[in-house]
Write a protein that binds this ligand. Sequence first.
Ligand SMILES: [Zn+2]
Length: 196
Amino acid sequence: VSQDRLLELARAAHVRGWTWATSGNFSCRMPGGIAVTASGRDKGRLGPADLVLLDDGGLPLERNAPPASAEAPLHLAIYRLLPGAAAIAHTHSLASVVLSRRHAASGAVELAGYEMLKALSGVTTHEHSERVPIFANTQRPETLGEPLARALKEHPIHGFLVEGHGLYTWGRSFDEAGRHLEALEFLLECRLKESP
Ligand SMILES: [Zn+2]
């Protein structure tokens, strides 16, 4: 059932145009580890064979499994830092990529005054400023655990951007992860279309 929900989350992100050209990756907690999308798969045509089971150390739990997403180590780092997270969504949407470059120097995108902020768990009013931190891109994604740990100590956050790369968000359930993804993508799109 978890695998079905995970495939649903990934396909839904694809049809919205947030995972171009096989980009993006999605995962959920499983007993003994996580399920994560395999490397290089078209997110619009995912099936059960496109998911890989990894243990908490990132090793495959099944023989002959395809290679997991290269960003699986970052998913594992996020689960270690956020024990309540049940699922993680990572997209390469246009809004997240453009804004992560535009605001890289300030280290964050501020989202304030939008009614949609209330779709983020714990936010009860539009009079809220959501700080989405931006981390420098790297080909060693597991190293982003460090800046993420620092950001989590400063503010409650619902996601983060990687510069020139995309958005990571999560939830305590599939429903919450999907809602956070839709809300953040919507808010980032609003921000993109407004003046810098
Ligand atoms: Zn990525």
